[in-house]
Design a protein around this ligand. Structure first.
Ligand SMILES: Nc1nc2c(ncn2[C@@H]2O[C@H](COP(=O)(O)OP(=O)(O)OP(=O)(O)O)[C@@H](O)[C@H]2O)c(=O)[nH]1
Ligand SMILES: [Mg+2]
Length: 365
């Protein structure tokens, strides 16, 4: 019996069940990639089979039993939901380097030192001790050399495990490290915009002492907006390049609409500043709160998309009141599609897609 694993997703290759992980029409001893990963790589197809949380929990619990260095990756653009409490609890007793990925999405003017400082305060809030904090962009290769150096410093003859929520860029980071440190120029592991791309542990022999870089499937974060939408909406929601913040001077009775995904209606005694950090492909509009109901009724799924029409039957909206005292600049996070920073004292009525997460933190930038 042939027991090859797919290099792209970690599944055991098989040629009997087309709808199951690891399927390849004709399995031989030299087969390297399953049909799903081959199509992702060569035809840019999106994966239809994705990992579930039960698969993930099993793999991650195995990792916790091993004596390795852990690289815990979070997504800066979706920080609050990927700095996941469940993950933090599992990682408390491990040697952990915290890596905040997708730094390329933050505006170029962002000061990296202040973001690292903000991240270390977030760790303190949870009494979560890490050996080091790195900002990187796996996609653009920013600051990868510094990370590789610290992995070498802290590895002490052990394997290195890459863990974190789905879609944070674990596999992209390993591809980036391999491109930097070996003659390979192509991605080894499959990556995609769909959460749950990596299906099983993937071990890559990498270090001279016979130790491995180990990729793992990601925990699917239920609060992420992507879970409420169809893949056709992901392209608009996930920014491809640096975010260009949009600043509004807001008076009481103004609303900012973030496509059909959320709206923020403000009440304030004095004018305040509101800065929107989302993909440039998302339709953002300021309007009078008095017009909100009409806009939502007539334009959701049309001008206000995503969500697109075919997603609407499964989507419900919820409201959350947020009261800001104006003493510190705050960021309101919408899990999976960005954040809005607010300077000034105000009350905000936030309308958002039910079961997606909305959080308030001190401003990240
Ligand atoms: N802008 C930006 N996008 C990135 C970066 N790193 C990864 N991505 C994108 O994020 C998406 C997810 O990347 P993956 O590497 O598949 O993420 P993962 O953590 O391995 O995901 P799972 O296997 O589903 O757990 C892909 O669309 C990547 O192109 C980055 O540094 N910047
Ligand atoms: Mg992956």
């Amino acid at each position: 019996m042939i027991l090859n694993k797919c290099n792209g997703c970690g599944s055991i290759l098989q040629d009997t069940e087309p709808d199951k992980p690891g399927f390849i029409p004709k399995l031989t001893t030299t087969s390297e990639y399953c049909q799903r990963c081959f199509r992702m790589k060569h035809y840019n197809e999106l994966p239809k089979i994705v990992a579930s949380n039960s698969d993930y929990e099993k793999v991650i619990d195995d990792v916790m039993d091993k004596n390795g260095l852990v690289i815990f990756i979070v997504d800066l653009f979706s920080f609050k939901s990927t700095f996941n409490k469940k993950m933090i609890e599992k990682l408390r007793k491990k040697d952990v380097i915290l890596v905040a990925n997708k730094y390329d999405l933050l505006p170029k003017s962002t000061n990296p030192a202040s973001v690292v400082d903000w991240l270390s305060k977030e760790c303190e809030k949870f009494s979560f001790k890490v050996i080091a904090i790195h900002l990187i962009s796996a996609k653009k290769g920013y600051f990868i050399d510094d990370l590789i150096m610290n992995i070498e410093n802290f590895r002490r003859g052990r394997d290195v495990y890459f863990v974190g929520c789905a879609n944070v860029g674990k596999s992209s980071l390993i591809n980036s490290i391999i491109r930097r440190m070996t003659p390979k120029t192509e991605d080894v592991i499959s990556t995609s915009i769909i959460p749950g791309t990596t299906l099983n542990e993937i071990r890559l022999l990498f270090f001279d002492d016979g130790k491995y870089l180990i990729d793992t499937p990601g925990l699917i974060n239920e609060g992420d907006i992507l879970n409420r939408l169809l893949p056709k909406s992901y392209e608009k929601i996930l920014p491809k390049n640096e975010i260009k913040p949009i600043t509004y001077q807001i008076k009481t009775g103004n609303t900012v609409l973030l496509a059909g995904l959320a709206s923020l209606s403000f009440e304030c005694e004095e004018d305040i500043s509101v800065i929107v950090y989302v993909s440039k492909d998302l339709y953002i509009q300021r309007s009078k709160t008095a017009n909100l109901e009409h806009l939502v009724k007539t334009q959701t799924g049309k001008l206000l998309n995503p969500p697109v029409e075919e997603e609407l039957s499964k989507i419900f909206y919820a409201h959350k009141k947020v009261s800001l005292d104006g003493l510190k600049k705050k960021s309101i996070w919408f899990a999976g599609f960005g954040f809005v920073s607010v300077i000034g004292k105000c009350e905000i009525d936030i309308r958002y897609i039910d079961k997606s997460e909305v959080y308030v933190t001190n401003a990240i930038i």
